[in-house]
Design a protein around this ligand. Structure first.
Ligand code: NAI
Length: 251
């Protein structure tokens, strides 16, 4: 028996990286997955690939920082499915900068995707999650919401807010049968971290802080995402799972 059979899932930022693997794994577990991304061609390709395996996906170009895109996304899902069982707020980005030099434009860019997008989707997705009867909202936060690292202060501020929002929404949404949890990845090898982790000195310094002495990959995050999406976590809400190879445990 597949763990997400008959479920409707929506994943943002799912054309690449962690979101793509989550979408693929959800589909493999029987969900129909809406693969959404600001990169519409990438989302189309990802959905095509999932369908080619005999699984089920649709795609849509959605920039989570644009209210009209998010509205259109939920309208499409409302028309086609009338409910969402699993909604994953995964889209995110970062602009590395010393905080004292962080421009207004870069701060707004980080905040509009990592926080405003998450807020908008968590708010506007409520009716469809409620309609599912046992909805699961999963926010991709970060261990950077709980610790500092040079040139990541703006990013950290948005991710800390996502963790706080998760706890607050768990309380507000529980009476409507919606669970709200977050994942806090550590260092996962994707396009987001590629340039940073290519530096041998940085690689070594970080690996020395990770109990398991390796970086994560998309599947490492998709497993816990699947747990939070499925009925295996039916009594879990307001929780955050660190997916960091023990990095936070050692601080
Ligand atoms: P990635 O850069 O590999 O992929 C991000 C995806 O989101 C891309 O397909 C991109 O087109 C899409 N995206 C960017 N802006 C968007 C927007 N405005 N609307 C819709 N889609 C948008 O990044 P990665 O590593 O897969 O990150 C996914 C999530 O995981 C992000 O929220 C990130 O902050 C978080 N995270 C990643 C960590 C890592 O080490 N890679 C660690 C902790 C958290």
């Amino acid at each position: 028996m597949k763990r997400l059979s008959g479920k409707i899932a929506v994943v943002t930022g799912a054309a690449a990286g962690i979101g793509l693997v989550i979408a693929q794994e959800f589909a493999r577990e029987g969900a129909h997955v809406y693969v959404t991304d600001v990169n519409g061609d990438g989302a189309d390709a990802a959905a095509k690939d999932i369908n080619a395996k005999g699984l089920s996906a649709s795609s849509m170009a959605v920039d989570v920082s644009r209210g009209q895109d998010v509205t259109a996304m939920f309208q499409k899902v409302a028309t086609e499915q009338a409910k969402i069982h699993v909604l994953v707020n995964n889209a995110g980005l970062n602009v590395r900068s010393d905080f004292r030099h962080l421009s207004d434009a870069d701060w707004v860019k980080i905040r509009e995707v990592n926080l405003d997008g998450v807020v908008r989707i968590a708010r506007d997705g409520f009716d469809l999650l409620k309609a599912a009867g046992n909805g699961s909202l999963i926010n991709v936060a970060s261990i950077m919401g709980h610790r500092g690292l040079r040139q990541l202060a703006g990013y950290s501020a948005t991710k800390g807010a996502v963790s706080a929002l998760t706890r607050a929404l768990a309380i507000e949404y529980a009476p409507f049968g919606i669970r709200v949890n977050s994942l806090a990845p550590g260092f996962i090898e994707t396009a987001l971290t590629d340039r940073f982790l290519r530096n041998p000195a940085i690689r070594k310094a970080l690996l020395d802080q990770i109990a398991m002495r390796r970086f994560g990959d998309g599947l490492d995050v998709a497993g816990p995402a699947l747990f939070l999406a499925s009925d295996d976590s039916a009594y879990v809400t307001g929780a955050e799972i660190a997916v960091d190879g023990g990095m936070m445990a050692g601080l």
